[in-house]
Every structure is written in C-alpha cells, then in structure tokens.
Write a new protein. Sequence first.
Length: 347
Amino acid sequence: MSFPVRAAVVAAACALPPVPAHAAPGPPPATGNGAWSVGPANRSGAPAARPHFAFQAPPGATVRDSVRVANLTDRPLTFRLYGADAYNTPRDAGFALRAENEPRRGVGAWTRLDAAALVLPPRTAREIPFRISVPGNATPGEHIGGIVALHTAVEAVQRTGGARIGLRRAVAARVYLRVPGPAAPGVRADALTVTRREPLVPVLNESRGALRYTVVNTGNLRITPTARVRATGLFGRTVAEWSARRLPEILPGQSTVVDLPWNGPPPLDAVTVRVELTAADGVTAHARTGFVAVPWAALLVLAATVLLTWSALPRATRRWRRRAGRRPETPPAAPDRYTDPSYEGRG
C-alpha cells in the first residue's frame, strides 16, 4: 500500500484469558492479544513459566534462548520477527518498544533470531531460537527490550489530517538483560512549571491552575519513584498539598511527564511549589519553583470601573440637579454707570 504503516505493539507482562482446549498446546504464554501470543519457551514444546526473558551476561558474552509464537485463531497468520529497544511513553510512562523501522542501539541491535519471518497455521505454535550478543563495550546496568512478532496484514486504516496511515498489530515478549558492574540508580525532576487562570471576580469564581514536571531516570537501573508535591505561601504555610503518587516503572535513560490539576490556587500570595521524588536504595531528587500571585485582571477591572465612575460623576451630578429643578445661581449684573441716578446732572 502507498500510505505509511504504523504498528501497535503489545508487550505487557499480564496473563491472557484462557483459550479453548483445542488451541495451541499448553497454557497461554504471558503476552498476547487474543489472536496470537509471544513468550519464553522451553524444550518440552509448552510455554515456559517465565513471564519474560531475564538474563545476566558480561560484556562480550552471548546468551541463547527460544521464543514461542502461538497462533490462537482459525486462520493462518504471517509474522515478521525482530528485536527492539524498549522505552517509556512520554505522557504516561507506559512500557513500549521501538518500531521495526526505528534505530536499534541496545538489546534490539544485539538480538538475532533464527527466523525473521514466520507463517503459522491455525491453532499451532513454534519456538524460534535466538541469541543476544553483548558487545564488549556494553555499560553496566539494565538493558531492556523485547522480541516482537509483527502481523504483516494491515488491519485498519486511520486518517490523520489529509494522510492515511495503515495500522498493524504486534505482540512482544519483554527482555531484561543485566550487565554486571556498579549499580547506579538515579532520578531527576526537571522543568517544573505552574500555569494559572485568574477569574475576573476572585470572590465569586475559583481560580484554576496546573503543575507539570518531568521525571528522568538518570541511573542504569529501573526505578519506580514516589512523587510528593506541596505548595506553600508566605511564612511557610501550606496552601496546597497533593497525595503521594507512585509513578510507573521508568527505564534507564527514559523520562515521563507528570501533570497535576490545581483547583483554587491563591489569588494573592507569594507561592513556592516543591516536588520531592524518592525511590529504592535511598534515591531522592527535588525541584522547586515559585510565583507571586496578583489578581491583575481583577485590579484592571477595578481601575477601569473607578476611572469611568470618576469621569462620569460631574455629568451625572448635573443631570441630577436638572431633574431636581435646581439651576446654578447667576451672579448679579454690574451697575450701569450711565443709568445710575448718582450720575445725573454730572458732566
């Protein structure tokens, strides 16, 4: 097809619902979408009990295993198989894998499968051997990716603007590879910002606001940090405090954006917002920002009202006097010297 194709990859470590007894032999593997599944295999031909692949290997070593792909439908399915690097989706820190046409720099680049394409008859499964060759310059810590089975058929077409995008589905088994060496967990809070919307009448309407910050995994291990956020005003009094939030698992080198609504930020105060992140092994991080809240919109409305009242007051006063029947008093006329009797006969 002439339009671009995008794959939706499922790589969750959750169990599938049970399938009928005439399906592929053995219980379903750890990852699937109801039509096919992918997971670790064993030599008995049944799925292994492992929910994902977990290896430990030093630089320069090669690990070998097999992945089991099962067709759970009543029709043949055709797949492309490849290794991919994992990442966190920016907005919700979801576990995701790079697409087939994206660059591979970690586990995805180190993985080689014995078969790059696979055709599975209905209700059958196959085990495909693979190997992961760890490069000699691999850094210590966790390197995370997956083995993907991409269905080659375009299952839907989505319109985005004026373009059409073909959608393909894929299922993957996660791969966690740890290279021995110093463990260096770390986390950082970046780009803490506060946005506010001031009402025209602060007494009658509540102000609205939002916080946003980015959590970055700066270490070489997965982390699941807990975030605590607090806002204080003048003299350190608490003006807002959010419940402690346990964030999803963030992979090494990855980040996620956290958004928090703020209903009722103070209309007049000097506010400081603090974010504290804590994770296992005593890992902590802090970020802070501040702002001075002044109800400028309300002050401008008040100033405009005062100005209009001041300019209209003399006019309104004159109109009121006219309606009350009062007229401004006129000064007495100066005497006319030519008609003044005291001047008669003079001259």
